[in-house]
Design a protein around this ligand. Structure first.
Ligand code: KIV
Ligand code: ZN
Length: 500
């Protein structure tokens, strides 16, 4: 049986420290529940002494979540530990995560202290935390730049004081994978009592090596990895949960696995991105828009012949329905034929040759071709006929009243009106549009971004709409955010082929 790697998710603590990513308690509970469903072992729910909001979130997440351990962060300060202990009262399994900086930088410039005093403070903090919970994790902040011999001394003392988990953070993302791996091995081989505690990795991504360092730590004996969804976190971020989980799943020979239900990865990635206002970069490993998209003809042909020719992960394993074949001027015949078949068109060789020629001409003019372009190309629909346009939108919304939206759509020259209520102005407007178009569509993702920083900003809205197992992307930009939302929704609707 594979060795177990514990997944410690810190999206709600280290991830939430990012400016602009702050969540309210309700949103944090939503994410905590999704993390529970994902199968993480530990949820770091906040830094309770830092604000009443953080304290309250730890309390409420402790109540809302059943299986994962709930962890609260502290400095090696009694007041912090008192507050963390109090915040964890309702946790079925609670952990206090306390610690102190151990690198020369931190000892000299942050604490203006010395090595002996730091060891003493570390030990005292762990003993004090044990009064509140049995499960105490110690972090040696900036362990990445801490001398290994001194680090081993600190770790030995905190384990003797009762630490159940010892966290070795590469706080500044400085280490090289080999160096970080050796650090973990050094602790495994030189710390008395190391088998009484679990060694944890906590890597930052300043040099783009957070996942590589985490894997190096695991290969050298760490059995807990501290990670965030989409790799969000301070500066360049933390190690991505999805990358560690899928690296271990893809390399079965390592014989180490997590309890993560990987099919939930994509949905939680989008949920975190939407709630935290942090778009996922298109080329992000595992969860980026392009992670399973193939655009060159050679790759498309290869994937269509046998998926594993160009994919090491089945997209379904991370909750993505299918790989996507992006049609561009570089796409080959196989890709076009496949797409047309998916859309329900079937042509003999001669007819197809003609369509392919026209496709290449069109593809030269357009960056990438959507299903509606193909439908037009094969003469099945006229672009004009299929187009839905927003003619009119009026919103009534405010404090203490139910939001109402009236819309008028122009669909292929015919006009349709509808009015609907909703639990907010966007919800009301989208419901009104849905009542006209009468198609079964699901709003899968909704992301609002401001283009600049003032109140006269143009708001950009990105939307993903699900229809019959496929996702359609829509975009809208307007100084009025409700109009931008409705336009993004309609943009996505216009991409659903008329035949479907
Ligand atoms: O990066 C770090 O060192 C941390 C600790 C507080 C665990 O986030
Ligand atoms: Zn960190």
């Amino acid at each position: 049986m594979a060795d177990k790697l514990f997944i410690f998710d810190t999206t709600l603590r280290d991830g939430e420290q990012v400016p602009g990513c702050q969540l309210n308690t309700i949103e944090k509970i939503e994410i905590a529940k999704a993390l529970e469903k994902l199968g993480v072992d530990i949820i770091e729910a906040g830094f309770p002494v830092s604000s009443p909001g953080d304290f309250n979130s730890v309390v409420e997440i402790s109540k809302a979540v059943t299986w994962p351990t709930i962890c609260a962060l502290t400095r090696a300060v009694e007041k912090d530990i008192d507050v963390a202990g109090e915040s964890l009262k309702h946790a079925k399994k609670g952990r206090i995560h306390t610690g102190i900086g151990t690198s020369d930088y931190h000892i000299q410039y942050k604490f203006k202290s010395n090595k002996e005093e730091i060891i003493e403070r570390a030990s005292r903090a762990v003993k004090y935390a044990k009064k509140f919970v049995e499960d105490v994790e110690f972090y040696a902040e900036d362990a990445g730049r801490t001398d290994n011999v001194y680090l081993a001394k600190v770790i030995e003392v905190v384990i003797a004081a009762g630490a159940t988990v010892v966290n070795i953070p590469d706080t500044t993302g400085y280490c090289l994978p080999q160096e970080y791996g050796e650090k973990i091995r050094f602790l495994k081989e030189n710390v008395k009592g190391i088998d009484k505690a679990i060694i944890s990795t906590h890597c930052h991504n300043d040099l783009g090596m957070a996942t590589a360092n985490t894997i190096a730590g695991i290969l050298n004996g760490a059995r807990q990895a501290e990670v965030t969804i989409n790799g969000i976190g301070e500066r360049a971020g933390n190690t991505s949960l999805e990358e560690v989980v899928m690296a271990l799943r893809s390399h079965k020979e390592v014989n180490i696995d997590t309890g993560v239900n990987s099919q939930n990865i994509y949905s939680i990635s989008r949920q975190v991105s939407t709630l935290m206002n942090m778009p996922v970069q298109p080329n992000k490993a595992i969860v980026g828009r392009n992670a399973f998209a193939h655009s060159s003809g050679i790759h498309q042909d290869g994937v269509l012949k046998h998926r594993e020719n160009y994919e090491i992960i089945d997209p379904k394993d991370v909750g993505i329905a299918e790989s996507s074949i992006v049609l561009t001027a570089r796409s080959g015949r196989a890709a076009l034929k496949h797409r047309l078949e998916v859309l329900g068109y079937d042509y003999g060789d001669q007819e197809f040759d003609k369509i392919y020629e026209e496709f290449l001409l069109l593809a030269d003019r357009k960056k990438d071709l959507k299903d509606e372009d193909l439908a037009q190309l094969v003469g099945n629909i006229s672009h004009k006929e299929s187009r839905i346009k927003l003619e009119f939108l009026q919103i009534v919304s405010g404090k203490g009243i139910k939001s109402m939206a009236s819309v008028k759509l122009n669909i292929g020259g015919e006009f349709f009106d509808a009015t609907s209520g909703g639990n907010g102005p966007v919800d009301a407007a989208i419901k009104a549009v849905k009542s006209i178009i009468k198609r079964k569509v699901i709003l899968e993702e909704f992301l609002i971004q401001a283009i600049t920083r003032g109140s006269d900003d143009v708001g950009k809205v990105h939307i993903q709409v699900g229809h019959k197992d496929r996702i359609y992307y829509g975009f809208g930009a307007n100084t009025d955010i409700i109009t931008a939302s409705v336009e993004a929704f309609i943009d996505a609707l216009n991409k659903i082929p008329a035949k479907m």
